[in-house]
Design a protein around this ligand. Structure first.
Ligand code: AMP
Length: 216
């Protein structure tokens, strides 16, 4: 099963991907997480991506495709995977189609998760992430037990550098201009399912799973 989650920044793609990955027992591939790790470790990819990410701009397609291509070849992806934050441009979507096609595979479904701007802003500004494992919290809606450290691994929680109102505006502009055209792309292929994100996260997961034919 190959699932693609798309939607504006802060809509909850990461949260849904984690829940779906647990249920479906297939890995969750979050491009943003992979890139942040590369930036932290100052790899070649990290150095190429850093400035784009800091400014809320999309990292060039060639860099992204290289990352995805090597990740989906790994053994744990054999039975399928969940793509979170990829594809984000038509070129990326076309390249993914070719990559999968060359192995006789295709995407199972593309979920387009939607929410109003004010909700995106609230989620982004209040979001805190674990420095170590990337687990996500929110200062109001999903606090860790002591509010400062991760419940999973105990490491400190921090705010992502790009989780500011100013950067969010660039990220939303990139989404509108570059990623939204994917709605038509996947509609034409009969793969698109639109999900309203303005509900509690458990209900959203359930709705996605039902679309996938899972009995929840
Ligand atoms: P995210 O964690 O998904 O919000 O991604 C954080 C940042 O990583 C984005 O603002 C982009 O700079 C970069 N990024 C993540 N995924 C992609 C992608 N598919 N294409 C280009 N840039 C990406």
């Amino acid at each position: 099963m190959i699932i693609i989650l798309m939607g504006a920044p802060g809509v909850g793609k990461g949260t849904q991907s984690v829940a779906l990955s647990k249920w479906l027992k297939i890995p969750h591939i979050a491009l943003g997480d992979i890139l942040r790790k590369n930036v932290l470790e100052q790899t070649k990819i990290g150095k190429e991506a850093e400035d784009f990410m800091k400014n809320g701009l999309l990292v060039p397609d060639e860099v992204i495709i290289e990352v995805v291509n090597s990740r989906i070849q790994e053994d744990d992806c054999e039975k399928g995977f969940i793509l979170d934050g990829f594809p984000r441009t038509i070129t990326q979507a076309e390249d993914l189609e070719k990559l999968l096609g060359s192995e006789g595979k295709k995407a199972t479904a593309v979920f387009n998760i939607e929410a109003e701007y004010k909700h995106l802003l609230e989620r982004i500004i209040g979001r805190r992430v674990c420095k170590n494992c990337g687990a996500t919290y929110h200062v109001l809606h999903h606090k860790s037990q002591n509010g400062r450290h991760c419940d999973v691994c105990g490491e400190e929680l921090v705010q992502r550098k790009d989780d500011t109102e100013e950067t969010l505006n660039n990220r939303i502009k990139e989404y509108e201009e570059q990623t939204k055209p994917l709605i038509g792309f996947y509609e034409e292929r009969g793969l698109l399912i639109t999900i309203n994100a303005e509900d509690i996260k458990e209900n959203i997961t359930e709705r996605i799973l039902k679309h996938l034919g899972e009995s929840v």
